[in-house]
Design a protein around this ligand. Structure first.
Ligand code: SAM
Length: 221
């Protein structure tokens, strides 16, 4: 089966289940026009994140890796009126585009965007007693996955849902010593979740407009 079919099925999912969404279309267009890489989640995946926020009944969400804020907007839309997403981004240009996208999408009041290396922002959040978060989405530099998961544990509570993106990597995750730091980061996420007795998790392989990859999903006991 080809990636053309996966994309066609993604289009079918979106057109069958979602209302037309000019706001999110404009966000993706702004990202493209301002030179951001098209490495945001797909619409179907964004909707999954939004549903997870609702299923968890989350009021406080933490995201590591904002890019242009596409996934942030999906999650913000799943929050109640008093909910908040704190989202962390290293690149000031990405953050600037995201900031403008949040305004366009009408979610600025629900988003706290912090610019800088996520490991520093996470330490600052702990210092502010910003946690515990109800849902944490990790989608930044993959070699830091174990560090982000360590922080996620510190900033969580029993029942917190942790989602880690891009953990399958076209199946390369099964290769030991691949020499690819992103694959090693994916494997480190599996080792972390599998080896932590406070986490109960699984991973779902996904195909679609973004190719063959997957999410790890875990709950903090
Ligand atoms: N979650 C976004 C979405 O689906 O719309 C996509 C995020 S993109 C895959 C990863 C982002 O993480 C990039 O914007 C990148 O600049 C950011 N990033 C990379 N290293 C980082 C770091 N050390 N701290 C914070 N953000 C980082």
């Amino acid at each position: 089966m080809s990636s053309k079919t996966w994309t066609a099925v993604d289009d079918y999912i979106v057109s069958s289940l979602f209302e037309a969404d000019p706001v999110l279309d404009a966000v993706l267009a702004a990202n493209r026009d301002r030179g951001l890489p098209a490495i945001d989640v797909s619409a179907a995946q964004g909707k999954l994140l939004s549903l997870l926020v609702r299923i968890r009944g989350a009021r406080k969400v933490l995201e590591v890796g904002t890019l242009g804020g596409y996934s942030t907007i999906w999650m913000a839309r799943g929050l109640p009126a008093d909910g908040k997403v704190v989202t962390l981004e290293l690149d000031p240009h990405h953050a600037k585009v995201a900031h403008s996208n949040f305004e366009q999408a009408g979610v600025s009041d629900k988003v706290d965007l912090r610019v800088g290396p996520a490991l520093q922002s996470l330490a600052a959040l702990e210092g502010e007693n910003a946690g515990p978060f109800d849902l944490i989405f990790i989608d930044a530099d993959k070699p830091n996955n174990p560090n982000y998961l360590t922080w996620a544990m510190k900033l969580s509570r029993s029942g917190t849902v942790i989602v880690c993106d891009n953990v399958i990597r076209v199946g390369a995750v099964v290769k030991k010593n691949s020499g690819d730091a992103n694959v090693e980061g994916a494997r480190a996420a599996f080792s972390f979740i599998g080896g932590n007795n406070r986490l109960d998790g699984t991973a779902i392989q996904t195909v679609g407009a973004k190719g063959y990859d997957g999410f790890a999903i875990a709950i903090v006991e």
